[in-house]
Design a binder for this molecule. Structure first.
Ligand code: NAD
Length: 358
């Protein structure tokens, strides 16, 4: 297989962690007979410094003509005073919009070796592997009417939760397709006992499910889901939900696993998917060889699994991460007594070395 990958390293720790992911992807390509061509472009603050804009046309064109985008992180104190439209973070919104990325996939997978870093008991969280599929471009964040208006006694603020059949259908398909590459179980989360938009959500998800009978579908109200994620997170495989519920539940699920440096994410929807760690540019540790590259490397594994259907190759990367953790190596953010402290570069090299090793 031959694939073109746009590399947008960005700011802060971005340029430190992205090379680790590229090295691992190149090695897995060589091992399994695939060729990945990487082309870099400017994004975020580094793009503002060079061109005045966070998402130059050249970068957008590269992203659009690639098979997938690998992104480090954007932002930092240097650009915080700029107008909203010129801030580094605008590049992310621009890429999501222009690439038609309406689904956000956020896994919360716990590596057993890190179970003690979680606030929950080991027996509750050991072995969790949940994927939240959040609708990203609809729902209450975008629905109209919205606003704040004067009333006789003060003010009234309002937003509107709106979902169309088309929007629900396409996100449900992403969830079922994704579940097929995992343990084939989807929990659809709504509030169908109270909200009409949720009533439609549930109806459409059931309709879409008719084409995915090999995947099991369960429904759960959002309040119960929030509780079940803490009580028994192992019952979940794929969770599909709206923009608002997904925003909250994906953070809750992510924090079950402990460190922000460990977690990858994917934004998908059209032909080109975008893969990035969930953390930001971490300016406090940038340039110090202290950043944990695992979230970035795991984002590369997600790219293989979800954009290129290379499930075995993605598994190999995740197994290598697991092995390095089992050998006791830790970056500063996940350090614990009795473990071996390594920097960004060494952690990347260790994951590379363990790829495909028994
Ligand atoms: P952050 O995620 O960058 O950092 C939060 C804390 O987590 C910091 O203490 C940092 O050192 C630590 N951390 C983050 N990633 C780490 C890693 N890989 N290894 C070890 N420690 C890690 O969030 P923030 O400090 O709120 O934001 C910093 C900048 O990043 C801001 O400009 C913000 O707008 C931007 N940001 C960008 C993205 C993105 O590019 N997707 C996401 C969030 C924030």
């Amino acid at each position: 297989m031959k694939k073109k990958i746009a590399v947008l390293a960005g700011d802060g720790i971005g340029p430190e962690i992205v090379p680790a992911a590229i090295n691992v992807l190149e090695a897995i390509g060589a091992q399994c007979g695939h060729s990945f061509e990487f082309t870099s472009a400017l994004v975020g603050g580094q793009a503002i410094d060079a061109t005045g804009w966070p998402l130059p046309d050249e970068t957008l064109n590269l992203a659009k003509t690639s098979d997938a985008v690998l992104l480090g992180a954007v932002g930092g104190p240097k650009w915080e005073g700029l107008d909203y439209e010129r801030r580094p973070e605008r590049a992310l919104l621009g890429l999501r919009e222009k690439l038609g990325l309406f689904a956000n996939l956020r896994p919360a997978k716990l590596y057993s070796e890190l179970a003690d870093a979680s606030t929950l008991k080991r027996e509750v969280i050991d072995g969790i592997d949940v994927l939240v599929v959040r609708e990203l471009t609809g729902g209450i964040y975008f629905g109209k009417p919205k606003g704040i208006e004067a009333t006789a006694t003060g003010h009234r603020g309002f937003n509107t939760e709106v979902y169309t059949t088309e929007e629900i259908t396409r996100i449900a398909k992403v969830a079922f397709e994704t579940a097929r590459k995992r343990r084939k179980l989807v929990h659809s989360i709504d509030k169908a006992n109270v909200l009409e938009s949720s009533e439609l959500w549930r109806k459409v998800v059931i309709e879409v499910h008719k084409d995915y009978q090999d995947v099991e579908l369960k429904h759960m109200y959002v309040d119960n889901c929030a509780m079940q994620l803490i009580r028994n997170p192992k019952q979940f495989d794929v969770i599909v939900t709206t923009n608002l519920f997904g925003d909250i539940l994906s953070d809750e699920a992510a924090m079950l696993t402990g460190s922000i440096g460990m977690l990858p994410s994917a934004s998908v929807g059209s032909e080109v998917g975008m893969y990035e760690p969930i953390h930001g540019s971490a300016p406090d540790i940038a340039g110090k060889d202290m950043a944990n590259p695992i979230g970035m490397i795991a984002s590369g594994a997600m790219m293989l699994r979800y954009s290129f259907d290379l499930v075995k190759e993605a598994d190999l990367i995740e197994e290598s991460i697991q092995k390095v953790l089992a050998q006791g190596y830790r970056t500063k953010d996940i350090e614990a007594p009795g473990t071996k402290l390594v920097g960004t570069k060494e952690m990347g090299e260790l994951i590379l070395k363990n790829l495909g090793q028994e």
